[in-house]
Design a protein around this ligand. Structure first.
Ligand code: SAM
Ligand code: SF4
Length: 457
């Protein structure tokens, strides 16, 4: 059987696209290989959100030149590096056989059919034949927001929601094939459905709250997550749906980006610090033990020391479970790169980034330490260095040892060791019916000291 090799960097959207490309290549008879040298089809799924990511893609493309000369595999490039002006790309990277934009799977299928490597009539089936216990499901593509620093809307286009029925049937199919958790994806999942509502004039409003309600009914599915939320679009109806629906995990990704109103305005984020703080308050009141993760950019054009400290202080005040911090990187074509001067020196950006990382390490240490001796539910996703690993409902990485095959099971473990990045625990064998149960629905523990699932870790 011939081999394919996929190399992916960037966000979960890219990972989801790569899973779908892999599924298609397997349907037409290719087998995955981690060795690029033996692959007949090589797919690079690229990211250009920051210069450092773009540099990695260019290095990879250059490194593959000699393999292309020696063995002539098909080299395909997708992801956010591929823009609509393909001619320039063809000139810069002649070693690439096909450029296709994110999710342009039909272009991939046509390319392979033209070379008699795939049948003409084969429809690209997006449901993975052997999905993992936790599977990404894109629900909305593109972004309408045009934050001043961000290249995504230029590369992924305007928002397009997938029809709700299509998503529901995909998740039903995934659940019947063993998926226990779905992670609904979009650059801005909170605006899901607004284009469907306008287009089809349905009497009932289609939105993320409605989609979550429908997915919550699917048998066999135990958990639902979604990301990324935009603070300006996260409404009360969605918060209430999260609080009400048992399968929706107590975990939310809510990018802050900056803790200063002037910077937020220059970023074109559409909310103030006070509005963000109030939103976090409403979310935490509705879902008391929710795990919050956020994104922050330091060294945005014009960011003074005081403005940076406002971000720092806000992170200290709000205490997120996870903070993804990035140094501002000018992206050609974006509003910030056209209109603002990148005036924070690189070493100062690094200093600010490291300050946030240091602060967050302390906060995460404290938050995770509270889980010591607690019992948590883990969905087992794999094995590493002899230990099973998975995630709690609060998206904490957790490890435990066991001789039995636990892949895809929902298990309970007692936490014995914590770090800022992960938890270690031991399996509870005698929890319910004398065996470690493979739970398929969220269950609330009643033993004292244990953590209840709604509002749990
Ligand atoms: N849609 C999400 C939101 O509203 O924040 C985030 C999507 S963006 C692709 C992922 C993260 O990359 C952002 O949250 C931001 O922190 C970071 N990012 C985007 N553009 C950046 C830039 N030019 N420089 C540094 N970081 C950037
Ligand atoms: Fe980029 Fe802003 Fe859209 Fe997020 S919301 S993808 S940061 S433009």
């Amino acid at each position: 059987m011939p081999f394919y090799h996929i190399w992916t960097i960037g966000c979960q959207m890219n990972k989801a696209d790569s899973e779908r490309i892999a599924s298609y290549l397997e349907q037409i008879g290719y087998q995955a290989s981690s060795k690029v040298e033996e692959a007949e089809i090589i797919v690079l799924n690229s990211c250009v959100v920051r210069q450092s990511a773009e540099d990695r893609v260019i290095n990879k493309l250059n490194a593959l030149k000699s393999l292309k000369r020696r063995k002539n595999p098909f080299l395909l490039l997708t992801g956010c590096m591929v823009d609509s002006m393909g001619d320039d790309m063809r000139y810069r990277f002649p070693q690439v056989d096909l450029f296709f934009r994110p999710q342009a799977f039909s272009k991939l299928a046509q390319f392979l059919a033209d070379r008699h490597l795939a049948p003409d009539e084969l429809e690209h089936n997006s449901v993975l034949p052997k999905p993992s216990p936790s599977t990404f499901v894109p629900i909305i593509e593109g972004c309408n927001n045009f934050c001043s620093y961000c290249i995504v809307p230029y590369r992924r286009g305007r928002e397009r929601s997938r029809p709700m029925e299509e998503i529901i049937s995909e998740v039903e199919e995934l659940a019947s094939r063993g998926t226990k958790e779905v992670i609904l994806l979009g650059q801005n999942v909170d605006s899901y459905g607004h284009d469907l509502f306008e287009k089809f004039e349905k009497p009932e409003k289609l939105d993320l709250a409605k989609l979550l309600t429908e997915l919550n009914r699917i048998d066999g599915l135990a958990r639902i997550r979604f990301l990324t939320s935009h603070p300006k679009d996260m409404n009360q109806r969605l918060i209430e749906a999260m609080a009400r629906l048992g399968k929706v995990c107590e975990h939310l990704s809510l990018p802050l980006q900056a803790g200063d109103d002037e910077i937020l305005c220059a970023m074109r984020r559409g909310y103030t610090v006070e509005q963000y703080r109030a939103l976090v308050g409403r979310i935490r009141r509705a879902i008391p033990h929710i795990a919050l993760s956020t994104d922050v950019i330091v060294g945005f054009p014009g960011e003074s020391e005081e403005q940076f400290h406002r971000t720092f202080d806000l992170l200290y005040e709000l205490k997120f479970d996870t903070v993804h911090v990035a140094a501002y990187s000018p992206r050609p074509g974006t509003i910030a790169s056209r209109k603002l001067t990148d005036d924070v020196p690189p070493e100062e950006k690094v200093r600010r980034r490291e300050m946030v990382e240091h602060l967050q390490k302390g906060i995460a240490t404290e938050i995770n330490l509270r889980l010591l001796n607690q019992t948590v539910e883990v969905l087992v996703e794999g094995q590493k260095n002899g230990k099973w690993w998975g995630r709690t409902r609060g998206d904490k990485l957790a490890f435990f040892e066991d001789d039995a095959d636990r892949l895809g099971q929902l298990v309970k473990i007692t936490i014995e060791k914590t770090s800022p990045w992960s938890l270690q625990g031991s399996l509870i064998y005698d929890w319910v019916r004398g065996i470690c149960p493979d739970m398929t629905a969220a269950i609330t523990l009643s033993q004292p000291g244990n953590v209840s699932v709604k509002g749990s870790v």
